[in-house]
Design a protein around this ligand. Structure first.
Ligand code: ADP
Ligand code: MG
Length: 679
């Protein structure tokens, strides 16, 4: 098998220099890659319908005997029409083909074929135009459909795959060691490749699929584990393994049990032999900031510096504010470095970071700039990590000597998924909210009740509170500019005399900040916003979150939005407005209405919408998977994860039988330009 990865696709029978670039474009530069280009789907040719029973306008497979040699008509220059009739014994079917001069030789009188295409015409005269066909007997029950591209049909790819399969040696070398295959009841690679492309039956296809999915998950998981192991360098910033009680004593509150646990686990990491690599996962409001503050404090006590990177300016500013507050009693100076900081101020910050006067800096990507140097960077914290991707995570770390790494995520992710996406990190979970939090009442209403909802908001405004209004979403328009302004006009009319702030993605960073600050200071009472307000924003006086077009969001995203309220002492409310009538949609929204646990919501979201939607457009920084699906194949994922752990700890991964497996890991991570996998 591995030698086929050295065989240029151009050398494969039936490919040639003209089509080779098309194959490369599809991600198959070698014969080996082509075998790993799995069908997108399969056509079922096994069920054939009588011609008279074929529904008009739908694709059917028909078994028909050719009644006469196809006739040939030149209808205009360069356009030739071939016509023939076939019968299934009861009914005739008229077939037409355009410009295929092989038709008369391919379709012979008296022979029987299977035809697949859309049946058109009338009840009395049925037709099919340019159907696909296969001689009866040669037809497979299941025909693979490949991701075709201009100039390359699925059939051509299928033929090329066939020639590649013929090149497979009698005994294909399987990257999965035999012991693994036996334990997990997986078929051999040769069998899997044959049956994923040309399954003999749907049962064989299932067997092949399961094996390939398992392999893909296993390789991915092992690769992530290898990255993690590769990072295991000497701990350059060892801390005493002691809970930072002095810090807690400075806080205005007692830490929750979960916060104490997360801090303890992180400190233990940082006191260990190698640097910390840890993910803190916690629902909105679980108090991740205090955990981050405690760890910064502990690192800074040893004379090292800490840096926190957030994905947006708003978030960075918010972190700056809350961390400054928490660390002020400890007399730790904090700086904010974002793209919109003035040049002169930036320069000062660069200086103070380089000579160690500033011990904690909060910022955006601006922290990755060339001019940013640290005297002694001991801890790197990134917030909302999956917006950064694996490589950026290490870019900031490069500015120090193996600093400790802490990743904070407010998106609850089901544990199996987290293990995959953050497979290179240890995980602490904040599964406890600070005491005294009130449950956020959630309501689901249709647009007819909007005015009543506005009345409810007015009542709270009268009591001095504030509210968020998430504006309607216009599809295909990511800026949402038009809708946000229209909606703001409606809001202003409905709340005369109330100062309204408007926030959307098209604003400059500074403008955004001004809008946010005005709301945060209570100068504006209502904030009309697109989902840019989604993460991290903290205004305790805001008690109502009204979300228009709630049906358009994933549950996890709704959960993030809902988490913007209920952050202070006041009872808070979330109002979902939806015109949706669809039972499935309403069921989904009702589930959200009745659940407050972010992990439970994430699980439901994942099941209902799949990982693509789950992550939205967010980067998760993982290599592209060819066949496995992070949500659909959870059971296989679990098995592969268990297997990966065992291979790693038993040392089998380093053995000779696992050489092929190591090759697959290198191949997967090499292609994505990911960090070096150490094997
Ligand atoms: P998140 O995990 O969403 O980032 P934050 O760190 O912003 O949560 O904390 C949410 C709010 O809870 C903040 O106002 C913070 O001061 C407060 N808080 C954090 N920890 C505690 C605690 N142990 N007891 C009481 N309040 C807390
Ligand atoms: Mg936060």
């Amino acid at each position: 098998m591995s030698s086929l990865f050295e065989m240029d696709i151009q050398k494969l029978k039936g490919v040639g220099p003209k089509r080779a670039p098309l194959y490369r474009k599809l991600g198959a530069p070698t014969a080996g890659d082509l075998l790993r280009l799995y069908p997108r789907t399969y056509e079922d040719w096994s069920v054939q319908v009588p011609i008279a029973a074929a529904p008009l306008g739908e694709v059917s497979v028909i078994r028909g005997t050719v009644l006469h040699t196809p006739s040939e008509t030149r209808i205009r220059k360069g356009m030739t029409l071939y016509k023939l009739k076939v019968t299934d014994g009861d009914t005739d079917l008229a077939l037409t083909f355009f410009n295929n001069r092989y038709i008369p030789t391919l379709l012979r009188e008296g022979e029987t074929y299977l035809f697949r295409g859309k049946v058109t015409g009338t009840l009395l005269r049925r037709e099919m135009s340019s159907p696909e066909f296969l001689p009866e007997g040669k037809a497979l029950a299941v025909v693979p459909v490949y991701p075709a591209t201009a100039g390359l049909t699925s059939r051509m790819i299928s033929a090329a795959v066939r020639s590649a399969l013929e090149l497979l040696p009698q005994t294909v070398h399987d990257p999965l060691p035999q012991a693994v295959r036996e334990e997990h009841q997986l078929c051999h690679l040769g069998y899997a490749l044959e049956n994923i492309h040309f399954p003999r039956s749907s049962g064989d296809l299932d067997i092949a699929r399961r094996r390939l999915i398992f392999e893909e998950f296993l390789v991915l998981q092992l690769g992530l584990m290898a990255i993690k192991k590769g990072r295991r360098t000497r701990n350059a910033h060892p801390l005493p393994n002691r809970f930072p009680q002095e810090f807690e004593d400075l806080l205005p509150f007692r830490l929750t049990g979960a916060q104490r646990r997360a801090i303890g686990e992180s400190i233990a990491d940082m006191a260990g032999d190698s640097p910390m690599n840890r993910l803190i996962q916690g629902d909105v409001g679980s108090g991740k900031t205090a955990v981050a503050a405690a760890l910064c404090w502990a690192v800074i006590q040893t004379g090292a510096q800490a840096a926190l990177m957030a994905p947006t300016e708003i978030l960075a500013a918010q972190h700056y504010q809350s961390l400054s507050q928490l660390l002020e009693p400890a007399h730790i100076p904090v700086a904010l470095l974002t793209g919109s900081v003035k040049a002169a101020e930036k320069k000062k910050i660069y200086q103070a970071l380089a000579d160690g006067r500033i011990q904690l800096v909060i910022g955006t990507h601006a922290l990755l700039g060339d001019q940013v140097e640290f005297q002694n960077l001991g801890l790197v914290i990134t917030d909302e990590q999956h917006r950064f991707g694996v490589n950026q995570r290490s870019a900031l770390a490069q500015k120090g000597t193996s600093p400790h790494l802490l990743v904070m995520s407010a998106t609850p992710i089901p544990r199996t998924l987290a293990l995959m996406i953050y497979g290179d990190l240890d995980i602490s979970i904040l599964d406890e909210l600070p005491p005294g939090r009130q449950k956020i009442e959630t309501y689901l209403i249709d647009p007819a009740k909007r005015q009543r909802a506005f009345g409810y908001i007015q009542k709270h405004l009268d009591q001095g509170r504030q509210a968020y209004l998430i504006c309607p979403l216009i599809e295909e328009d990511d800026s949402g500019l038009e809708s946000v302004e229209e909606y703001a006009a409606l809001v202003r009319k409905s709340f005369p005399g109330t100062p309204v702030g408007v926030l959307h993605g098209k604003l400059k960073a500074q403008e955004k900040e001004a809008v946010m600050n005005a709301f945060s200071r209570g100068e504006t009472k209502l904030l009309v916003s697109t989902t840019v307000v989604e993460v991290g924003v903290d205004v305790p006086n805001a008690v109502i979150m009204l979300i228009e077009n709630a049906e358009r969001y994933g549950l996890s995203q709704l959960h993030q939005l809902r988490g913007r309220v209920g952050r202070g002492q006041y009872q808070s409310t979330c109002i979902l407005v939806t015109p949706a009538q669809n039972q499935e949609t309403l069921k989904r929204l009702k589930l959200f209405r009745d659940t407050s646990d972010g992990f439970q919501i994430a699980d439901a979201d994942l099941k209902l919408r799949g990982p693509g939607d789950f992550f939205g457009s967010r980067q998760h920084g993982l290599p592209q998977l060819k066949i496995a699906d992070l949500s659909g194949d959870l059971e296989v994922l679990r098995q592969a994860q268990a297997c990966a752990k065992e291979l790693f700890s038993s040392g089998l991964l380093e053995s000779r039988e696992a050489a092929g497996l190591r090759g697959e890991i290198r191949r997967l991570f090499h292609k994505t330009g990911g960090e070096g996998v150490v094997l």
